[in-house]
Design a protein around this ligand. Structure first.
Ligand code: PBG
Length: 326
């Protein structure tokens, strides 16, 4: 069918028609909301490079989770800021059953049993080197790290986490985590694996939040090279085989092709992480009056979903709620 039988503009004539034929819809069910937690009581610290975002003490994090839940959010993803005194090379504090993460998980699950609580599993917030694994002579060791990640996952599962989310990019960790969970009867604890996590400058603000920037070198021996896409498919397929329940691509915006390709390759739900630097760019440009913030956010979230993401971990959930409620 060609012109004039077909005129594309008929379907763009007005808002009602455009809405009717929209191929992609985003809604509150799509979001996973990151929450940053710190020690202490009754305090919330604004994050300089992430305007509108805060670190919460455990008591306030529970309240925050409650607010989000009552606004319709289904899932939160927890990250903890660990004081320097509790950091070492082996991530010992990560295995503390009374540590900040398990304590917060059980508080949130007690208060909000229906909210899906996901936990970050990686050593960097606990590492004196700021790396996602145990370090020996400047090398990030794979297999010894995987052992700790599996134990850490058990601590989170025991506290009531619905999903553990390994963000470390060590090889083989999904299988070892799945085996550990099964052996300890955590049959229904899911794994959301950061399968294609790229070595990216867009994590900058996040590393400030958790004070987790690497003390030496970079993360290129474990996070992926942004030049590669076939490798991302291999990562995703192997995580699916190892037992990942949800697969994630991270960051999102410079990686929409990866989201789209992985969507064609795996059968499990696909998440995308719209990371801190992607948030900061929009906030900064909007503050300068160089971009319309609300429209930018809607366009970005819709684009990520259109590319194939079933779920979006995003700091923009708050803005979305503000824009769409009343
Ligand atoms: C580390 C981790 C990072 C993020 C989530 N988990 C940073 C990194 O790999 O250095 C980044 C999230 C963001 O930038 O929003 N395990």
């Amino acid at each position: 069918m060609s012109f004039p039988i077909s005129r594309f503009r008929r379907l763009r004539k007005n808002e009602a028609i455009r809405k009717m034929v929209a191929e992609t819809r985003i809604g509150i069910d799509d979001f996973i909301v990151p929450i940053f937690i710190m020690e202490g009581r009754d305090q919330k610290d604004p994050i300089r490079s992430m305007p509108g975002y805060y670190r919460f003490t455990r008591d306030l994090a529970v309240k925050e989770a409650g607010k989000l839940y009552h606004q319709g959010i289904k899932s939160v993803l927890l990250f903890v800021k660990v004081p320097d005194a509790k950091k070492d090379n082996t991530g010992r504090e990560a295995l503390n059953p009374r540590g900040l993460m398990p304590a917060t998980v059980s508080d949130i699950k007690n208060a909000l049993p229906e909210l899906c609580v996901m936990t970050d599993v990686a050593l960097d917030p606990y590492s004196s080197y700021g790396h996602d694994g145990i370090v020996r002579k400047k090398e990030i060791l794979n297999d010894p790290t995987v052992k700790v990640l599996a134990e850490m996952s058990l601590v989170h599962a025991a506290a009531g986490a619905d999903f553990v989310a390994p963000s470390d990019m060590m090889d083989g960790r999904v299988l070892k985590i799945r085996e550990a969970l099964e052996q300890n009867a955590f049959y229904n604890t899911g794994i959301m694996s950061y399968s294609a996590k790229y070595s990216s400058c867009f994590y900058g603000p996040f590393r400030d939040v958790l004070d987790s920037a690497p003390a030496f070198g970079d993360k290129k021996t474990y996070q992926m090279d942004f030049a590669n896409s076939r490798e991302a498919i291999r990562e995703a397929l192997s995580d699916q085989e190892e037992g990942a329940d949800i697969i994630m691509v991270k960051p999102a915006l410079a990686y929409l092709d990866i989201i789209s390709q992985i969507k064609q390759s795996v059968n499990v739900p696909l998440a995308a992480y719209n990371v801190s630097g992607e948030y900061a760019m929009v906030k900064a440009a909007a503050k300068k009056g160089w971009i319309d913030e609300s429209r930018a956010i809607m366009e970005i979230l819709t684009g990520i979903k259109r590319a194939g993401a079933d779920l979006i971990a995003t700091y923009f959930a708050y803005d979305f709620i503000r824009m769409t409620s009343g």
